[in-house]
Every structure is written in C-alpha cells, then in structure tokens.
Design a protein around this ligand. Structure first.
Ligand code: ADP
Length: 361
C-alpha cells in the first residue's frame, strides 16, 4: 500500500514521512483512497469505512463499485476510463450508499501520481459530500420552474380579463359585464401581487434583512385591518372571536404578514366553504391566534413539512396557485418573535392554523 500527498511530483522512500502523511489522511473529513491503473482500490482512509459501514476486504479491488448508485455506475466507469486515458486530474459527481442505505451525492476527484519518470503509477481519489449543495440546486431549479408557471397563470387570466373589459366598454360602457371583468382582472392582479410579495419576502427572510420593530399591538384590531380586503372580496365570511382587548409587544407589520398569509390560505384552500373563524386567546403569558377553515384539510403525514421552504402538500392540485413559501415565511417571523406556529387538520373537514406570541415581547 502506498501513500503520497503531493501526487504531481513526489515519490518517497522515507518511512517516517509516509507514516505522518498517512496519519493526516486518516483524519481528513473527505473520503480518500488510492487505485491502480486498472481501477483496483488498494487503500481507503477511515472516513470511507465509517461512511460505507464496510471493511477493506469487502471494498478492495473492484469491491468499491457495490456502494456506487446503480444509475451512476456506468457513467462513473466511463468517466474514470476517460480520465485515466487523458492522465489529467478530473471530477465526477456520483452517489455513494451510506451505511444506513441512504445514497448521498459526492464530488469525486481523481488525481494521477507520477512515478518520477513521467509515467502514471497510480491514482489518488477524494470524495466530498455535496448532497446539500445538490439539494439546494434542485430547489433552485424547482423554484424557477414553479415560479414561471405560477406567475404565468394569473398573468394570462389578467390579460384575458382586460381584453374582455376593453371589448365590453367599447360595445356598451354601462354593460353589467364591465364590473364583472374588472373584478376578475383585480382578483388575478391580487394573486400576482401575492406571489411577488412571497418572492420578495423570502429573499428578505433568508438574508435576515427583516427588522423587527416591536410596539404594543391590539390583536383583534390588527386582524380587522388585515382582513378588510378579504372581506371586501366577499367570497368568505370572516368571524373574529375571543379576547378583544389582548395586546402584544410585537412588530405589527410582520404579524400582519402572518395573519394575511394564514387567512389567504384559509380562503384559497376552502373553495367549497365560505366560513373562516379567527380566535384570539391567551395562556400563561402567551397570546394565541388561530385561523380555522372548513376546506380541503391536510393529510397527517404532510403536516410536519408544511413550514419548510417550497413545500406544497399537493403540487398536483393546479387550481391552487402558490410557491410553498408563505408558511415558511410565517414560521420565520413567529420564530423571531419567540413564539410557535402549528396546525391541526383533518382531510375534507378543514384546518386550524395557529401561532403564539409572548405577550411582553
Ligand atoms: P402555497 O403558496 O403553496 O399556498 P404555503 O407555504 O402558504 O404555500 O403553504 C404550503 C402548503 O400547505 C400549501 O401548498 C398547501 O398544500 C398547504 N396549506 C396551507 N394552508 C392550508 C389550508 N388552510 N388548508 C389546506 N392546506 C393548506
């Protein structure tokens, strides 16, 4: 078994140096190994055995191939062949199976080691776990495709309504179709504005730019202001009950954002019911606001993920537009206020989204 740290130029015969290089490589958080020119492995560092849960006997030679994801193996072997043929260090992305059966993406770099006379005598490989990076890339790609799709729907309907409006005004400005088309256009515009607000807010929340400006805020008054627009839209009756005098020391603008989000969701996800109930209560120094709808409800296995970024419980339901960002933004705001957010829900019966806030801030 050989061991060299400077693969481009170094060949050694000093046992002490070999021992200390080996000790360093054993401590590396990256998987490191060596293979001969035929692709047979003859050394792995400790990280490899910790990660795969396998031993040297099981993975030496070509045994390492058993932990490569079956969908990546052919590509990996071809890439290895190309790299070895070119004799130039290069990278491959592939998934390795962890001891618990989970595959994680790794960036694997193969570096040739010269024998001092310009011939490649073997290869050093390192593998860095890039699973999180891959997931972020995937989220970004998903987001771009969701965003373009989601923005297109209300935009197309806005443009359609405006065209109809223009035509109706041209034929007869006092026709009853005029306010109907204007209303439809206004609803599409509100949808667009809401989607764009989500996009702006997510950037602010992510980069911690949201300043929290706390002041004493009466919750029932705040709820009244938040729901004015929804009440005007007239699709749902919004009833507020509970402690009308309860005030909290919180940022009214941010709490407004949370309530508007929860109420908009309650409306959006209850197309066949027209009742929304909001309740304000307090318990042991905490204020609690709950928003109840009698809509489609949420399956229990989906509930733990609802407050994650970009999560949508049922993305196939195209009648409900959205980015899966609203609840994540709400959760961030409530977390920053030292409160909690949650939901109780039954499929087909409806949902109660609630949040708590420390009364004294
Ligand atoms: P979206 O923009 O998709 O509405 P949210 O973050 O606001 O994003 O909500 C995340 C997901 O939670 C939604 O896609 C939906 O599946 C589910 N959801 C949120 N509110 C409700 C509700 N009141 N009733 C049923 N499902 C809901």
């Amino acid at each position: 078994m050989r061991f060299i740290m400077n693969p481009l130029s170094f060949s050694f015969n000093d046992m002490e140096r070999e021992t200390s290089f080996r000790a360093i490589v054993e401590l590396l958080p990256q998987i490191t190994w060596t293979i001969d020119d035929n692709g047979q492995a003859d050394y792995f560092n400790r990280r490899w055995f910790d990660y795969t849960g396998l031993d040297f006997e099981q993975t030496k030679g070509y045994g390492w191939q058993q932990v490569v994801h079956p969908d990546d193996l052919d590509n990996a072997l071809m890439a290895c062949q190309d790299i070895r043929a070119s004799g130039i260090a290069s990278d491959i992305e592939l998934r390795y199976e962890r001891a618990d059966g989970v595959y994680r993406w790794h960036l694997t770099r193969l570096q040739p080691v010269n024998d001092g006379e310009g011939n490649i005598s073997y290869w050093i490989g390192t593998s860095t776990d890039i699973e999180e990076l891959k997931q972020l890339q995937q989220q970004k790609d998903d987001f771009i495709s969701i965003a373009s799709h989601e923005l297109k729907t209300p935009l197309t309907s806005l443009s359609g309504s405006l065209q109809m409006l223009q035509k109706a005004i041209h034929i007869n400005p006092s026709s009853e179709k005029v306010p109907a088309y204007a209303n439809r256009a206004s609803r599409s515009l509100s949808k667009l504005v809401r989607l764009l607000e989500d996009m702006v807010n997510i950037t602010r929340v992510r980069y911690d730019q949201e300043k929290i400006n706390k002041k004493w805020t009466n919750l029932t008054d705040l709820i009244g202001e938040c729901c004015e627009q929804e009440r005007l839209a007239g699709t749902h009756t919004i009833m507020t009950s509970g402690n009308k005098d309860l005030a909290v020391y919180a940022d009214p603008q941010r709490i407004d954002q949370v309530i508007v989000n929860l109420v908009n969701n309650a409306i959006k996800y209850s197309p066949k019911s027209n009742r929304i109930e909001i309740n304000v209560s307090h318990h042991e120094g905490m204020a609690k606001v709950s928003v109840t709808d009698y809509g489609i409800g949420i399956r229990s296995e989906k509930i733990p993920h609802l407050f994650e970024r970009y999560y949508r419980a049922d993305p196939s339901m195209i009648e409900f537009s959205g980015f899966g960002l609203g609840l994540y933004i709400c959760a961030e705001i409530i977390k920053r206020h030292g409160g909690e957010i949650g939901v109780d829900s039954q499929v087909g019966e409806g949902s109660t989204f609630w949040f708590t806030l420390p009364i004294n801030g």
